[in-house]
Design a protein around this ligand. Structure first.
Ligand SMILES: Cc1ncc(COP(=O)(O)O)c(C=O)c1O
Length: 462
């Protein structure tokens, strides 16, 4: 009846796992405005070269620098919990495990990449980092990392979350970062959107445009931009989650889980937990791997696989990904971190390969699941995390119907102590489900017709 499986600091993984080395069908390259693959040099005004090298690497294992390990070890290895109380409440024969990423100083998985990104920028001589944030989790994680490494940090926070989540702003301020609501009047991209839609709730796509513009227009050249999800190097940094989880499951005699689950906004916490297990699946293991998204922003379950920009102002290269279109402004649901039009190219390619089975879940079921989790396991989950919990509960109920003792592993991506307004709205019956109507999906996707199309390459093995 072990409840918490912990590793010592010595047992922390010392390398990240890069799934680009093992994907059966290769990732297609990002394209520039002329439709040709971009070169690393073209990304140099946006990211430092040491990060660009990681972004394009196909090395299977990449060493984690000692100084990064030293900072990560402030909270890592994170515990793996067995959800005994939740299992009991559900009366399921399934064994439910969750990897608790809420123990980081910022309260989520995001510092796993914020720390190495800040470190690589510093190594490259960068003084200031700009970024966007949805729910505020990423902005606060980067603010934390920049504080520890002595860098300046500027965060463009999606307007709806800026208003709904005042405490995240205060966390960023406490770590010494500057945070403004996006769209802002500080950038061309922001001013243009405000002129057309003065009351817009904002979106991650708009905030990314603003943060990139703020980085590349710094006349001193000492500012770079940092992205908290979507890109290959972010997925890479997060794999420490899954690598630890594997060691922890082995400690309680579990060779492999039957189901692996994570919520997916841009894909990073999901990929971080899942990719080491997807590697096993590529090599023959039978594991169901489920990324979960909101029905109101159904990128993986309804969005086509296209070449699209990562941001609204089309400043990023074209990425091969599932997307609802860079102009898509998702409805203002509380899971701000899942309000993104695109999905990581590595996750998208794994979906095309049939290695993943994406699922969309309604907001109310997610809150109901989160509340049950809080009342059994005790930790109050972030609204994003509730999506993973809801899928884990669906799977546990299925195991009960089938009478199977399945092992279900999910990522507890963050706590919800800064997101209690969402819970309050839920308890007061103010929240509704919102399945995106076909008519609203069409517009932003039609915009993509003029862009190049990625090839749909799959081996057909899964
Ligand atoms: C707690 C939490 N979980 C999940 C996400 C979704 O991001 P990703 O898909 O990159 O893990 C976020 C994003 O802000 C988050 O804050």
């Amino acid at each position: 009846m072990q409840t918490k499986i912990v590793l010592t600091e010595d047992e922390m993984p010392r390398q990240w796992y890069n799934i680009a080395a093992d994907l059966p069908s290769p990732l297609q390259p990002p394209l520039g405005p002329d439709g040709n693959p971009i070169t690393p040099e073209m990304l140099a005004p946006v990211f430092p070269m040491n990060i660009i090298e990681q972004e394009v690497s196909t090395e299977r294992w990449i060493d984690i620098p000692e100084e990064v390990l030293a900072i990560l070890s402030k909270w890592r290895p994170s515990p793996l919990h067995r959800a005994h109380a939740l299992e009991k409440a559900l009366g399921t024969p399934a064994k439910i495990f969750y990897k608790n990423e809420s123990v980081s100083p910022a309260g989520s998985h995001k510092p796993n990449t914020a720390v190495p990104q800040a470190w690589y920028n510093k190594q490259f001589g960068i003084k200031r980092i700009t970024t966007e944030t949805g729910a505020g989790q990423w902005g606060s994680a980067l603010a934390f990392a920049c504080a520890l490494l002595g860098l300046e940090c500027k965060v463009f926070m999606v307007r709806i979350s800026f208003d709904q989540k005042p405490f995240r702003k205060l966390m960023m301020a406490t770590w010494g970062a500057t945070c403004v609501a996006s769209p802002s009047s500080e950038t061309n991209a922001g001013r243009q959107i405000l002129a057309q839609h003065p009351d817009t709730p904002g979106s991650l796509g708009i905030a990314i445009s603003e943060a990139i513009e703020a980085a590349v227009t710094d006349p001193t050249g000492s500012t770079r931009y940092s992205l908290g999800s979507v890109l290959n190097h972010v997925m890479l940094h997060q794999t420490i989650i899954g690598l630890e989880a594997k060691k922890q499951l082995a400690k309680v005699g579990i060779k492999q889980p039957d189901v692996v689950i994570g919520c997916a906004g841009g894909g990073s916490n999901f990929a971080g937990l899942a990719f080491p297990f997807v590697n096993d699946k590529i090599h023959g293991a039978e594991i169901e791997v489920i990324p979960v998204e909101p029905t109101s922003c159904p990128t993986m379950t309804r969005g086509p696989f296209v070449y699209d920009h990562g941001d609204t102002a089309k400043m990023t290269p074209l990425l091969p990904m599932h997307s609802l279109g860079h102009d898509f402004i998702p409805p203002p649901i509380h899971a701000g971190g899942l309000r993104y039009h695109g999905m990581a190219p590595l996750v998208s390619q794994a979906i095309i390969e049939g290695l993943l089975t994406p699922r969309a879940i309604d907001q109310l079921e997610c809150y109901e699941s989160g509340a049950l989790f809080a009342r059994t396991e005790g930790i109050i989950p972030a609204p994003e995390t509730n999506h993973a919990i809801a899928a884990a509960i669906q799977e546990a109920k299925k195991a009960k119907e089938e009478g199977k003792e399945k092992v279900i592993l999910f990522n507890f991506s963050g706590h919800g102590l800064m997101d209690l307004v969402g819970y309050d709205n839920y308890f007061q019956g103010k929240l509704t489900n919102y399945a995106l109507p076909e008519s609203e999906m069409g517009n932003a996707i039609r915009e993509l017709d003029a862009l190049p199309k990625p090839k749909v390459v799959r081996t057909g093995k899964w």
